[in-house]
Ligand binder design. Sequence first.
Ligand code: SF4
Length: 164
Amino acid sequence: MITITEIETKSILTKTALPSGDFVANPYVGCPHKCMYCYADFMRRFTNHGEKRGDFLDVKRCDKKINVDMRDKTIILSSVTDAYNPFEQKFKVTRELLKQFVHSQVKIDILTKSALVLRDRDLFRQIPGIRIGISLNTLDDTIRKTLEPYASSVNKRIHGKDAA
Ligand code: SF4
């Protein structure tokens, strides 16, 4: 059972000291993929969540449009959640964020474990600086189910669909 809360936030973008980017964008707090090795579990301490890892998801709502000059800046999408977790299908926070960068000069690096990323191909074609990465730790779907129980299957990540 996952607890989902919609929260208002001033900005989905945050400046980062990570060497690979200028900003990080995390459309959600928490991650329902529940990877066994999740490196982002420490975020519970900073977000007042007492639930277990993967049992909560805060959906960020932000009415304010991005008004910083993003030319030649790099956004990491995302750093402590998966921007294409299954609930993105319903809430579309990632999609709405990306729409703001259509025809812009911003560089966006997406790394995901979800085939849902394919939904936004129409937007990717209009953002020249976007790069999409699919994270894949194993080709064995039995192992994947243990490591990353709620992320997309191996076949879906590679082929966009499960084997017939
Ligand atoms: S996809 Fe990333 S953020 Fe989500 S549970 Fe897995 S390791 Fe953590």
